[in-house]
Design a protein around this ligand. Structure first.
Ligand SMILES: [Zn+2]
Ligand SMILES: [Zn+2]
Length: 124
């Protein structure tokens, strides 16, 4: 599980409805119903940094639609978000191969299958 970076115990999401009118969802949707069809209603905010020093080096802000916001609070779904290439993946807890501890609903990673080939150097 050390593949994933998780900073702190708190999930850092909060609502910021201002200026989302022209934003669409920044999370993964299906090909048939792409994220571009989904109006964002919330902003997911997370500070990313060094887990040892707890020093935040960047802040991630992702617009999310109502459907994804629901899923973020749904214990059946785990979101994996790649801070390197900004691709996300929903994982069903029931179908997951890995064990995802209860309560951790979002995993932040700096490498994923999409960028693994290009990101063979560690992030500075
Ligand atoms: Zn969405
Ligand atoms: Zn990636």
């Amino acid at each position: 599980m050390d593949y994933f970076t998780l900073l702190g115990e708190e999930l850092g999401y909060m609502v910021a409805r201002a200026e989302l009118e022209n934003e669409t969802c920044g999370l993964k949707h299906s090909y048939k119903d792409p994220a571009e069809n989904h109006q964002a209603i919330d902003l997911l905010v997370q500070k990313i940094g060094n887990t040892k020093t707890e020093e935040a080096t960047q802040e991630i802000r992702i617009p999310v639609c109502a459907e994804c916001a629901d899923a973020l609070y749904d214990d059946n779904w785990v979101l994996v978000y790649c801070i390197y290439c900004h691709k996300s993946q929903w994982i069903s807890r029931r179908l997951a191969k890995n064990e995802y501890p209860a309560g951790n609903l979002i995993y932040w990673t700096d490498v994923c299958p999409h960028c693994a080939e290009v990101a063979d150097k560690p992030l500075e």
